[in-house]
Structure formats: C-alpha cells, structure tokens
Design a protein around this ligand. Sequence first.
Ligand code: HEM
Length: 280
Amino acid sequence: MEFVSEFATRLPVTIMANYLGVSDDKKDELAGYARQFIFEFSNDPEVSDRAVTALRGYFTQHIDNFLREAIPGRLLSRLAAGYRDGILDKEELIEMCVFLFAAGTETSGSLLGSGLLTLLQHPESLEAVRNNAELMPNAIEEMLRYETPVPMTTMRVTPEAIEIDGLVIPEGQPIIGILAAANRDSEKFPNPGCFDIYRNTTGHFSFGGGIHYCIGASLARLEARVTFTTLLEQFPTLQLDKGNAFSKLARKLSGSSGGSTWHWRERVPTRGLEYLRLKW
Ligand code: HEM
C-alpha cells in the first residue's frame, strides 16, 4: 500500500471538505488546487495564483449556494453566522474558506506520513505506544517536534527595531521564523536529533505561537491520534515495504532517503513525504 496518496492526503481532505460543505465529487479537484497553491508559491507563482483563483471561484459560488440552500457543513455554518452577524464580509468569508481548506489539508497529511515513518523507524517506540495508548499523545507531540510538518512561519515585517541575542533587526524588515530549527534547539530539547517519545515536548513550535498560533492544532492532533491508534490496532504486523532487491539497491544508492520505500517531498512550505510504501 502507498500510504501518502491512499490515506494521509485523503483523510484531511475528506474532513475539511465535510467541515466546509464541499461535495464529494469536488473535493479532490480542490485538493489539487490547494497543493498547487502551496507548493508552487515559491516555484512557479503564476501556477500558484491560478490555483488560488480557482479556489476563490469555487468558494464564491459555493457560498452563494450555501447561503441560499443551507448545504450541510458544520464549520461553514459557523462562518456564515459570522457573515450574517456582520463580523465577516463576503470577501473575508471566501478567503477564510480558501485558507482553511489549504491550511487544513497538506499540513495534517504531512504529519500523518512523516509521523508514521518515524514510528516505523523506531521499533521500540512503536511497541511502547502499541502496548500503552496513553503514550500516544506525547509520541505525536514528539513526531511534530522531530519532523516539524510546517518548518517555517509565513513572513512578518518588524514593526520596530528588535534586538534578539545582541542582533538588531531594523524596523520594516521581512522575517521568517524557522520553526524546525527552534524545535532542534538543544538548550530546550536535549539531544534534539533523537526521537524520544518520553521527552518533555512542552513548548515545541510546530503550531507556531502568539496570535497566529494554528487554529487547527486540536483537529490535527485528533486526526493523528485516531489514525495511528487505529493502524496499530488493526495491523499488528504493519511495516515498511522494503520491496525487492532492486528497491533495496535504489535505497542504498539514494543514501539517507528511503529509495523506493519512501521519499521526502523536495518543496516547502510543508515538509512531508511524496510516498510511503507499507505492508503487513
Ligand atoms: C499537523 C498539522 C498542522 C500544522 C503542523 C500546522 C502548523 C501551523 C503553523 C506553524 C501556523 C503558524 C504560521 C505562522 O505563524 O505564520 C499555523 C497557522 C494556521 N493554521 Fe495550522 N497547522 C496544521 C493543521 C491545521 C489545520 C487542520 C487547520 C484547519 C482546520 C489549520 C489552520 C490554520 C490557520 C487558519 C492558521 C492561521 C492562524 C492565524 O494566522 O491566525 N492548520 N498552522
């Protein structure tokens, strides 16, 4: 089984589509646009722009229908109530849907893929969480810290000169926080390169911080907990599909990467797997 395309990217898309009332026959097309929006942003901005335009076009129409016909969609109903109460205008409502759909799909999908790979690469941790489900929440926090699915923040601009550790960043400078680096700070997380499901993970930066702290953090954690717990229960012999002699050779030649068993996507802003082959 190829876990990324067959499960990890599909579960969050299905959930966000359900929250926003997107019909089954549209959700994969929109997920394709969301991927282009995210991954082409720093590679081919025109493709990214076209994808956002397509998402906006869909949600503009969808919201008009929604407001007229009350299509089911729990989160969208709440947002629409905000619109009716004058808290959001129509444009903000549309942008909110576009952003939520994009932000809520690739991110969680990345965690499911990288988290499962990390667990399968650490058999003692795998056995520990299989035998004691209470360890799972902290194991998920450690997966988030160790492979940081969103390695950097969006860009900010300094409102005034700021001094950090003796370095002065002048006013008006664009800055990006590298969350993945903060998560490997050895003063905060001793031996940071070690995956340790028992460590104190409090204060990791995988969901950002401050007023822009991820609003989907609880949902992402829930998706991960249900996925990993169910997989371990249902597939006691779950393992990486290291394949035949040819794929073993490919793995050897590709150095630290998993060859034909797994492959890391080469594009930011989310860090996740292109594919992950499993067997049981
Ligand atoms: C493992 C999954 C996820 C990770 C690692 C993640 C990570 C992040 C990070 C790091 C930020 C802050 C970005 C910044 O400061 O520039 C953020 C913001 C955000 N996330 Fe997530 N996210 C995840 C899942 C979700 C989900 C499921 C949703 C939607 C339901 C979501 C919606 C948002 C939104 C709307 C923001 C912007 C909040 C604001 O600016 O006030 N995220 N996320």
